[in-house]
Ligand binder design. Structure first.
Ligand code: G16
Length: 542
């Protein structure tokens, strides 16, 4: 076929370095940008055949999100804006690792296995973040799709690309498939939600935002006029001078448990940080003594699910609500959700794709990773019931008001994926409606002190886990060592897992005091270093 000749010709411009093996990880392929050119080209090919298979538009996002500037990555976005399915992740890994001369055979195998009609039209949306390597790498993706007509969106946040793929495949039902359509949809919902909170002062409308020197900063600037001053953002780390994710951004703030370097924060001021591609957000403030307080994904899940549960009760709607978390969820949050709020809590493996699928099992599924990546999913039936009630002329004022608030809440949420911009608008609206300060939100429950560390090992795949990553199955003796260390501390918990986005093993520990959490995290790191092939210097105490 002519297409295959074209692919042979173009693939020679994007050769695979011999011997390089990469895996489709937590969120696609991710490594140093220098190693990714052939991967991008091949993901362009794969997205095209995925599009033919699904007869729908497929997204390709070029980003390494929270990783450092020199890294990059790529992931595929499925028709409803969700992550690509597991069996296609496997196709992706196979295609990525085929030797240069075997590329066509690998591609033909996928086409055959999936029974793809190659004469079917294809449509691919390509987006990229602001990394310096993203321009040429997204061009490599476009080379992969060029024979079949892809659409280049240029600079967008990851969630904007997910949103546009969904809009395109729902013929505009979810919204207009443009960046402008995105701002219109979410900002209008925000204005509607906050319209009866007009006595808010400018101080209450003010939010200090760290854009991680990434694409989120550019997009917030573009969006600002749509907010009609109902949210007044002072933007730091807007990309004009600092480096992407360097001493700033959601991952830095969450892991280091401190504000971004160089940002002046007034005591009590409400602040938040995006990550490099704006799919994560965390909130924080410092108190009058200068102590830093973090409100992470767990705190957001709690605030949002409390708000939704109250509205569902007021609306008299019997819908099943659940919160989906991962092993990183602070023990206090799970305890509060289960015992005080009495909502169902589920735990999954790390990775939005895992949380998203579990959340789909409920009428209202609130999912958040502690690192600030999350959203809310409403089942079709739930949306219809809310819509009917909002339009019903025979219901009392209280139920009607609750139904209208629920309807606008649905519209302010990007249900395709965790989205820092949409989450920010939702949290800001909830705080405004409840007349709540960030300090009041923070006191809903108190986090157990915790610590996250990274350990470098020779091959992180030696660690295999089970029970939603809460227990290590291999290497031998590691879990036993962790169990024995955990016993030494009060209210303690710890687990380890290989990262799917960085070449490290992640260690998490929590306990009754910060000293204990730090000591436990250090001791567990040492166990990983000794039993799982640590490289470089032994981990030092904090
Ligand atoms: C990605 C995923 C998240 C995950 C994070 C860290 O986030 O989308 O679900 O929590 O990586 O994953 P890991 O611990 O496996 O490295 P992002 O914001 O980098 O796309």
């Amino acid at each position: 076929m002519a297409e295959f000749q074209e692919i042979s010709k173009l693939s020679a411009l994007h050769p695979k370095p011999a011997g390089l093996v990469l895996q489709y990880g937590t969120s696609g392929f991710r490594t140093n940008a220098k190693q990714l050119d052939h991967i991008m080209f091949r993901m362009g090919l794969l997205a095209t055949v995925r599009s033919k298979k699904t007869k729908a538009t497929i997204g390709v996002m070029v980003t390494a999100s929270h990783n450092p500037e020199e890294d990059n990555g790529v992931k595929l976005v499925d028709p409803m804006g969700e992550m690509v399915t597991q069996d296609w992740e496997e196709h992706a890994t196979q295609l990525a690792n085929a030797d240069q001369e075997d590329l066509l055979t690998a591609l033909k195998n996928i086409i055959e296995k999936e029974a793809i009609n190659m004469s079917q039209e294809a449509n691919v949306f390509v987006g990229k973040d602001t990394r310096s390597s993203s321009a040429s790498l997204s061009q490599a993706v476009l080379d992969g799709v060029s024979a079949l007509g892809g659409h280049n969106y240029g600079l967008v946040t990851t969630p904007q690309l997910h949103y546009m793929v969904c809009c395109q495949n729902t013929q505009g039902k979810y919204g207009e498939a443009t960046v402008e359509g995105y701002y219109t949809k979410f900002c209008q919902a925000f204005i509607q939600l906050t319209k009866n909170t007009s006595n808010r002062t400018d101080d209450q409308k003010h939010l200090c935002l760290d854009g991680a020197n990434g694409i989120g900063a550019l997009k917030v600037r573009e969006m600002e006029s749509h907010l009609k001053k109902e949210l007044q953002i002072s933007l730091n780390n807007d990309g004009s001078k600092g480096r992407l994710n360097h001493q700033c951004g959601a991952d830095y703030v969450k892991v280091q448990q401190k504000p971004p370097t160089g940002v002046k924060i007034n005591p009590g001021e409400r602040c938040c940080s995006f990550d490099g591609d704006a799919d994560r957000i965390v909130y924080y403030y410092t108190d009058s003594e200068g102590t830093f307080h973090l409100l992470d994904g767990d705190k957001m899940a709690t605030l949002i699910s409390t708000f939704l549960k109250e509205l569902l009760t007021q609306a008299g709607l019997n819908l099943k609500i659940a919160v989906v978390q991962t092993a990183y969820a602070n023990g206090s949050s799970t305890h509060y959700l289960e015992n005080t709020m009495k909502v169902l809590v589920r735990c999954t493996k790390t990775g939005v794709k895992h949380l998203h699928h579990v959340a789909q099992e409920f009428d209202v599924g609130v999912y958040f990773e502690a690192n600030g990546h999350g959203t809310v999913l409403f089942s079709k039936a739930a949306e219809e019931k809310i819509q009917q009630l909002a339009e019903d002329t025979n219901v009392n004022d209280e139920r009607k008001k609750a139904a209208l608030l629920l309807r606008n809440t649905i519209n302010v949420i990007n249900q395709t994926v965790g989205d820092a911009i949409s989450d920010m608008l939702l949290i800001e609206a909830i705080l405004a409606i409840k007349g709540m300060t960030i300090q009041q939100w923070d006191t809903i429950y108190t986090d157990l002190p915790n610590r996250q560390l990274k350990v470098k090992v020779d091959d992180r795949r030696v660690i295999d886990t089970t029970d939603a990553e809460r227990r290590a199955v291999t290497p031998a003796g590691l879990q036993e060592a962790i169990d024995n260390l955990v016993k030494k501390y009060r209210q303690a918990r710890s687990f380890v897992r290989p990262s799917g986005t960085e070449d490290v093993v992640r260690v998490y520990a929590e306990a009754d005091t910060q000293e204990s959490a730090d000591a436990l995290a250090h001791e567990v790191s040492l166990a990983v270093y000794r039993l799982a092939g640590g490289v470089g210097d032994e981990p030092k105490p904090l």
